[in-house]
Design a binder for this molecule. Structure first.
Ligand code: GLU
Length: 556
């Protein structure tokens, strides 16, 4: 019954949005998004929706409206569409898209990886009300580290990326072995004991490995020996039998599995034969029912190898998009460089403010929504993208501007004494956000003979009339500020100020830490809250000490 109601509501909604004619596909998408459980019997659901839509489409539009008004009035309003939308995926149907993000736990998530592989896979799954899988590719035991499993999951969660299923490749070793054995038995893969150097030479000369012609039964025996530990690291691999004459060297009998004696952070020394990326990826994408793969074009050769593997296994390949790379401007900082810096303690950790890691950027007050908008902006283009920090800052400003409460703070404070005011002011009240008065006000204490402004403003506005925000207009004459009235003059520069009592403030920037003072209300901002310091910029309250607030700076 609940299911029928759901279908009815979405059918009515779709009909009233589209001139009285609901589209069963669109209704299916909505119903599945709201009740993913129903995917279990999509055929029945499709049939029910078809019948319902036929009934609803027969009704006049006015009647459809009335019925939805009674049933679910909130659904009468059209959802606001995202400004930037992902281009449609060819052949993708609502409920019929399965994507995955497949990082290796060799470091935390990097910004380029997040913006394209992670966000695109995730957003496309959501666009089509499909399924999004997080797959941790942990079959290179020597390179992976336990902490990075957690880092990746946390970084994704903190960015609002929720997966419907998570798999760890090392949990499926027997499955890889089964398929490897099948390929060897069918003569589509073979064991090879050439040294890496010897095989490189054969590859260059387009010649076969001497063992390649052995019977499948021989290779099977050798395979068993590999599993039994009779081969040491680097002494045996399993290769896909393609052609050693292929014009693309990467396609000449690529390796599928190899031996590693390194200890796996989760599985210990239980396995020695480990699948390589291409092999594990194909098995998993197939078994998990992945329909669309999004990965960088550095994987283009891998995509070709994988196509061959799909053919060898008699499977259909998912639709693969190899997009261009996102390049961060400025200092080249690869994950391996950062790892080095962390190890040598040149930075305080993976979230050091100088690093372009997700955790550092979040800690500075960059919003996941800004990352997401940039991801949409990058789209699916094949050309490399020079990542533009200004674009990220602009998005972040747009997102945070609505939420961030305003506070006044000054750097290199200079004390002024306001003269000539008849007002006996002890405090004023300023809105936390000028556009949303309902959020409340902050109390700013005032002592007219102790008004602090920033050193820069002090120098810049000498002998000029300025407006001390919320307080009034003054003319600056050295440290004397002559009160000149309270009339708002549009051209007059408005500046922030702090009086007594005040608190201390530290603004942590990538290149230095600035010290200043701030109005006491800032102490009430939550730890982790993103705020705007008027005329200074946006940042995140990182810590609060007795009389000091520490803000990590994002941007102006
Ligand atoms: N572990 C690979 C990477 O992070 C996965 C590539 C893929 O999506 O197939 O680059």
């Amino acid at each position: 019954m609940a299911e029928k109601d759901l279908i009815l509501k979405y059918a009515l909604q779709n009909a009233i949005f589209y001139s009285g004619k609901a589209n069963p596909r669109a209704v299916l998408g909505k119903v599945l998004a709201s009740e993913p459980e129903l995917r279990k019997d999509v055929r029945k659901l499709e049939k029910d929706i078809k019948e319902m839509v036929e009934d609803i489409n027969r009704l006049p539009l006015e009647e459809q409206r009335q019925r939805l008004e009674e049933l679910a009035p909130k659904m009468m309003v059209k959802e606001v569409k995202e400004q930037k939308k992902l281009p449609d995926l060819p052949g993708a149907k609502p409920g019929g898209v399965v994507t995955r993000f497949a990082p290796s736990p060799t470091g935390p998530l990097s910004l380029p990886h997040l913006l394209r592989a992670a966000f695109l896979s995730y957003l496309y799954a959501r666009k089509y009300q499909g399924k999004f899988i997080l797959r941790l590719e942990d079959t290179d035991p020597g390179k992976i580290r336990k902490e990075f499993f957690d880092y990746i999951r946390k970084d994704l969660k903190d960015c609002g990326i929720e997966w419907d299923q998570m798999v760890m490749q090392s949990d499926y070793m027997e499955q890889y072995y089964t398929y490897a054995e099948k390929l060897i038995r069918e003569g589509k893969a073979y064991t090879c004991s050439c040294t890496p150097k010897a095989f490189q030479n054969l590859k260059r000369k387009k010649q076969n490995c001497p063992g390649r012609k052995m019977a499948a039964t021989e290779h099977l025996r050798k395979w068993q020996d590999m599993l039994a530990g009779k081969y040491g690291e680097g002494t045996a691999v399993v290769r896909l039998r393609t052609s050693m004459k292929d014009k693309n060297p990467a396609m000449r009998d690529p390796p599928l599995l190899r031996i590693s004696e390194a200890e796996h952070p989760l599985k210990g020394r239980r396995y020695r034969v480990w699948p390589l990326y291409n092999f594990a990826c194909v098995i998993d994408d197939h078994v998990l029912g992945v329909t669309h793969v999004f990965r960088g074009k550095e994987h283009e050769n891998n995509t070709h190898v994988q196509e061959k593997l799909y053919r060898a296994l008699g499977w259909k390949s998912p639709v693969v998009t190899n997009f261009g790379m996102v390049r961060l401007p400025g200092e080249k900082l690869h994950t391996r460089d950062i790892k080095e810096m962390v190890r040598e303690k040149k930075v305080s950790g993976w979230d050091d403010i100088r690093l372009p890691t997700i955790r550092a950027l979040l800690r500075r007050g960059f919003s996941p929504k800004a990352f997401r908008a940039c991801a949409l902006g990058c789209g699916l283009t094949k050309t490399d993208i020079r990542f533009n920090w200004e674009a990220l800052e602009k998005e972040n400003r747009r997102v945070q501007d609505k939420d961030a409460s305003r506070y006044m703070a000054v750097l290199e404070p200079v004390k002024l004494s306001v003269k000539g005011s008849h007002h006996e002011l002890r405090k004023i009240h300023q809105p936390l956000h000028p556009d949303f008065p309902k959020r409340g006000k902050r109390e700013v204490p005032v002592k007219l003979d102790s008004i602090y402004i920033s050193g820069d403003d002090y120098k810049k506005f000498q002998d000029r009339e300025i407006r001390l925000k919320g307080l009034g207009n003054v003319k600056l004459e050295g440290e004397r500020a002559e009160y000149t009235g309270n009339v708002l003059v549009r051209e007059m520069q408005k500046i922030q100020w702090v009086s007594e009592p005040h608190i201390k403030l530290e603004i942590v920037k990538p290149d230095k830490t600035l010290e200043g003072i701030a109005e006491p209300a800032l102490k009430k901002a939550r730890k982790g809250e993103v705020i705007q310091l008027e005329r200074i910029g946006f940042g995140r309250v990182d810590d609060k000490k007795k009389d000091t607030v520490i803000v990590w700076f994002a941007h102006k």
